[in-house]
Design a protein around this ligand. Structure first.
Ligand SMILES: Cc1cc2nc3c(=O)[nH]c(=O)nc-3n(C[C@H](O)[C@H](O)[C@H](O)COP(=O)(O)O)c2cc1C
Length: 189
């Protein structure tokens, strides 16, 4: 992995792609997609993430004070959607999807290995914002896969953008994700 400065995290996020938020408390590890996030400061590097309080992720992030934001590309579309329509209290999503993980440098949450970029974060402040909890978090470490990065995502990288419901935008194409029901078994990747 290629390491970038925490300030560079915004460059991974300029097009506001869907991210995979990985969280962990001891043996309990989970992953869910997020699109309600926002860079907040560059020095220190801060990112805010808005989470539904009833989600398993919200519990784990609150308890551990840490998480990782992974940047997936189009090859992970079905996994992204599966993680967004299932709760980690009902299914071990990492195991079910056979997601390969490895250890992060600064936080206990796991890195989802297929993500092209990884932003390791520590929670600094939690605020109630309407019906959500907003986690203001410091960026500790930013890494990217060298093949995918050349002062920005390389031309061939296609990140995933959420349009709501079952719809995603990848490049100029709208893709509807269907068939990702509870019994969905991923194809070999
Ligand atoms: C593409 C996508 C983006 C999402 N973004 C967010 C988000 O930013 N914040 C949030 O609280 N939920 C978001 N959700 C919903 C959660 O991912 C969903 O409730 C998930 O099942 C929670 O899983 P958990 O209970 O295992 O944490 C999103 C869902 C999808 C499909």
């Amino acid at each position: 992995m290629l390491e970038l400065s925490p300030q560079k995290c915004t460059e991974l996020l300029y097009s506001h792609p869907v991210l995979l938020l990985s969280s962990r408390v001891g043996l309990k590890a989970n992953v869910m997609p997020v699109c309600w996030y926002v860079p907040l400061s560059s020095m220190p590097a801060l990112i805010g993430v808005s989470l539904t309080p009833s989600s398993y992720t919200c519990h784990l992030v609150q308890e551990s004070g840490e998480f990782v934001l992974g940047v997936p590309d189009e090859t992970m579309l079905k996994e992204i959607h599966f993680c967004g329509v299932h709760c980690g209290m009902d299914v071990d999503k990492i195991r079910h999807l056979k997601l390969v993980t490895h250890r992060a440098r600064d936080v206990s949450a796991l890195l989802i290995s297929d993500c092209l970029g990884q932003i390791e974060c520590r929670v600094r402040q939690v605020q109630s914002t309407g019906d959500r909890k907003f986690f203001i978090s410091e960026v500790m470490t930013v890494t990217v896969q060298p093949f995918a990065w050349n002062n920005g995502w390389t031309d061939e990288i296609r990140l995933v953008h959420y349009l709501g419901g079952l719809d995603y935008r990848i490049g100029n194409e709208v893709v509807r994700v269907e068939g990702v029901h509870p019994g969905y078994v991923p194809l070999e990747r």
